[in-house]
Structure formats: C-alpha cells, structure tokens
Design a binder for this molecule. Sequence first.
Ligand code: BYC
Length: 321
Amino acid sequence: MGETHSLEDRFQAFVEAENKVEPKHWMPDGYRKTLVRQISQHAHSEIVGMLPEANWITRAPSLRAKLILLAKVQDEAGHGLYLYSAAETLGTSRDQMIDDLHSGKAKYSSIFNYPTLTWADMGAIGWLVDGAAIANQVMLCRTSYGPYSRAMVRICKEESFHQRQGFEIMMHLAKGTPEQKAMAQDALNRWWWPSIMMFGPSDDQSPNSAQSMKWRIKRKSNDELRQEFIDKTVPQAEFIGLTIPDPDLRWNEETGHYDFGTINWTEFFDVIAGNGPCNAERLAARQKAHDEGAWVREAAAAYAAKQASRSARRPAQTHAA
Ligand code: BYC
C-alpha cells in the first residue's frame, strides 16, 4: 500500500516536471485506462470520420478537388493507424479496440454522426471540424504520454492542411453565385453547433477532466479550448462574409473573448448515447468494412506466419551450408 503510494507520488512528480511517460515505465492503472479510452476514441474518430467525407469523393466538383479530398481522407486513415499503434503500446490489442467500437462500448467523436448533404459540407468539415481538432490536438502535442504526444505532432501538421483546404472551399463558395453562397451558409448553419460540441461537455459536467489535467494528459480544459476555437473562427467567418448562426455571439471587451449562446447539451448527450442522425449508419458501415476485410487480415497473418517459419529455419540452413 505504502509502496503504491510512493510510486504514485513519484509518477506525479515525474509528469509535473514535464517528463514524458514511455510504454515500459510504471504508471497508475487509472492513467493507463484513461489513455486507452481517450486514444482509442481518438483513433475510432479518425476512422469513422472518413465516412462522411468519402461520401463526396466521387462527386467532388473538379479533378483538383477530388485529389485533395482523397488525400485528406487517406491522411485520416493514417492518423487512425498511428493512434491505434500508440494505444497498443499500453497493452491493449487492436482487435479489442475494434470490438469495443463495434459493440458500442467505445465512443467516437459526436461530430461524425451528422450527415454530409452538399459539397459545402466538405468545406465546413475541413474549416470547422479540423479547425476544432487542431485546437484540441495542438494541446495534446504536450500530453504526458510519449507515444501519443509524438503521434500528435505529425497529425497536427496534416490537420493544418485539412483546415486550409476546407476554408478554401468555403471562401470560393462564399465569393461565388448567390446559390453557392447560400450553400456555404447552410453548411455553416448545420455544422457550427456540432463543431463547438466536439470539445466535450462544459468543465463542470466533465467527469474525466480534473484527473486528466492532473496527470498532464489534457493540458487545457474543454471550455478553454472551445473558447479559443470560437475566438479564432469568428473573424474567419466575417472575412468570407458568412454569419455564425448564434444570435447571442458578441465580442466582450472586458474578457477579450466572444460571448456565445447556450449549447444544446441534450442534443450532445443524445448523440454520444448512440441516437444521433447517423450513428447506426456509421457503425453499420464500419462493421461491414471489417467483415469484408477479413480475407485481407487472414492473408496477412498467413504471410507473416510463412515468413516467420522461413526465418526460423534459415540459421540452421546457413550453418549446414
Ligand atoms: N464525442 O469527461 P469528458 C478528427 C465523452 S477526429 C463523443 O470531458 P474527456 C477528424 C467522453 O469520452 C478528432 N464523446 O471526457 C477526423 C466521456 O465519455 P467516456 C477526435 C465525447 O475524455 C476525421 C464523456 O463524454 N478528437 O480530428 O476528458 C475528419 C465525458 O467527457 C465527446 C479526439 O478524440 C465528443 N465530442 O474529454 C476530420 C481528441 N466529448 O469516455 C477530423 C482526443 C466528450 O467516459 N480526445 N465525450 O464514456 C480528447 O481530447 C478528449 O477525450 C475529449 C473529451 C476532449 C474529446
């Protein structure tokens, strides 16, 4: 008991001194569990997040737009893979994480349970969803767990490109015909509130935040990051002549931040409980892809087994020769 306490105290001092925790270091069980929960949720979000955008690859309005969207969706697959690998260093398996996604035990970001109805939604996702992801993930580059923080550095570089591609789509539409501008405004109207919900419940309703901040897993609170994102994004909307769909949004001279209206937390909790507009569709698509990919996993395992048995035989053959 006393020994556990001193290990925990030493661990706490270690993270407070801004050291990185590595896979083979001792860590409290709760730290390990929190990271597996958060990193796997993050990985699932990247993978499920490919679905709403992939919906538009075949309908992108030009070859250039198609290439860029294809590259972005591929980046997201890569982010999912780094993140699954980072979570595996904590002793969980990819199969377990995927089972937890399919059974509904593990969450993925609420944002991907909304439909992508028009091309402007590709702009809104890049600009707002990747913009929100960057705010959250720049902070995670300084997270205390080494493999997670290093994955975040690369992911953030790619997310910056995603945010720009989204903003470019919105800027072009906003400067286009009245119909195009209306399409951009409609996408902003539908994606704004879900995007600011992405940061998670407000700090007084966030059960995991206090401990995660203490362990230096999270470096800023959900509300701090949400405010940073709003402060950064409102001038961008003004610059392209679009209106944020919040009548209560106004600059507050005293605080130096934008005040904003009340978030519909009932909607948020409904979506994360599995009842959003596309939850069932997203999970069914992932399950189908997993089932249809079984032969690839089997072939890869058979190939790996063949290679392993060859290399096990090789030293003996070399010796005999
Ligand atoms: N959606 O105590 P809290 C991307 C859950 S993908 C669903 O504040 P925590 C991209 C939370 O899990 C970006 N669930 O939790 C990909 C917890 O439930 P459990 C995804 C949410 O973990 C493709 C409960 O609510 N980014 O960039 O301290 C295309 C209470 O919350 C959400 C990440 O995953 C949500 N939005 O803080 C384009 C970043 N929010 O698990 C873009 C990594 C909260 O106890 N994750 N919940 O059952 C994090 O930074 C943190 O996990 C969160 C939540 C800030 C999201």
